[in-house]
Design a protein around this ligand. Sequence first.
Ligand code: NAD
Length: 500
Amino acid sequence: MTTELTHYINGKHVKGTSGRFADVYNPATGEVQAKTPLATVEELNQAVADAAKAQKEWAAVNPQKRARIFMEYVRLINRDMDKLAEAISREHGKTLPDARGDVQRGMEVIEFCIGAPHLLKGEFSDSASTGIDIHSSRQPLGVVAGITPFNFPAMIPMWKMGPALAAGNAVIIKPSERDPSCPLMLAELWTEAGLPDGVCQVVNGDKEAVDAILDNDTIQAVGFVGSTPIAQYIYGRACTNGKRAQCFGGAKNHMIIMPDADMDQAADALIGAGFGAAGERCMAISVAVPVGEETADKLIEKLIPRVEALKVGPYTSENDVDYGPVVTAQAKERILGLVQSGVDQGAELVVDGRNFNLQGYEDGFFVGPHLFDKVTPDMDIYKEEIFGPVLCTVRAGNYEEALKLASDHEMGNGTAIFTRDGDTARDFASRVNVGMVGINFPIPVPLAHYTFGGWKKSGFGDLNQFGPDAFKFYTKTKTVTSRWPSGIKEGGEFHFKLAD
Ligand code: NAD
């Protein structure tokens, strides 16, 4: 049976009125299990108008009281952890431990936001000039929007909801139409935690809803996460319309393996970072760069049996599986098309997952694991983000060549180096032209009190996601300069004179 999903508006689940829907698949079986309503411009604008009214009262609630709602929210997320994870796995396909990680990393940002009263404090200069004081305060923007991708349906909506709400804004979330159930559940939990109705609205939709967000004059800021071409488009249109925008795009994360690295540790790290969640992570390592032929030969020898041993299956499998299906049939087709291009362009496919077939799940969107060796920078599998279980190896002659590869790629989300040499690690961290760096650590997603953001075509706009940056992004600074007459007691009376 196909379930008709809803929007979540003014504290309630609301049916769509457009008559347009997107299919939500069970990626393990290929069946359509639900339909996401696709909002009209009018539905979106009404949700924004209601949010604008609700925001005024929310902004008047003091930050400490708001923080108590966040504390309750964290309790509810923990209570419903398994339900949320199941909803994610059912629509996305990732394993349950991965789905729990998705919820956990989002929740950590909510926990960080409990400290919002501190982050919202302004500055004060006593006697900045004679008799003059200056202070600044951070005020909410009003209504803001978050447009989120399919691959982290809990974490990224929470990255958008948390700081925006804690700063006193109302937020419109437009989740991916592929897996919107978890974001809807997250909105419902806000209501249960005590958030006033209308302050967090989930409006489902496609390009029509996104364009309506970008053109809506009430919306003051847009936070986007998704693929690079859409990030660039949204950034351009949001800025033209006078909004604040931060738009995070795709990735092509390189891991450099120096000759002195612990090769087993490096190979294990590549398996987790390259194939976890079927490679559908913006911080996945998709390019291994061993330095020197000998390192490359050793690494490939260690990787082949590990890649061949990967267990692929549905999240419901009794046996532990390493990763599940990819999200849609189109995603599968695109990945296999890129694999074919790699073969055609001369890369060596040393583990070939093309004929992978899972008995009983023949119509599922499973993709077997692939390992390429001798990939070169001119090949499409190197230039493009594959976003699947495909690891490419580019052999570098020396350290400088490896550093240049990671630095010159047009994407700059994350990167890592595996070495036992502190000097090399330090040099790499300092010089590489990429936003997030791991040293003997393959997926360097910063914790909630730092910030997350890629460089180059992985991120457009100013400031990063979550952490202190997010509080700057979701507030505007007001600066007040004040001069008060000073009172001078003369003959028992107060006389006032203005300071110089
Ligand atoms: P996507 O760009 O297809 O979709 C993201 C959002 O944009 C969705 O809400 C979707 O409905 C909307 N959208 C899609 N096409 C649109 C269009 N033509 N006009 C307006 N809106 C449109 O991305 P995805 O496939 O859902 O997610 C995977 C991508 O996200 C990968 O490229 C991955 O690297 C990236 N990602 C980046 C980060 C990061 O922080 N940099 C994090 C997670 C994912």
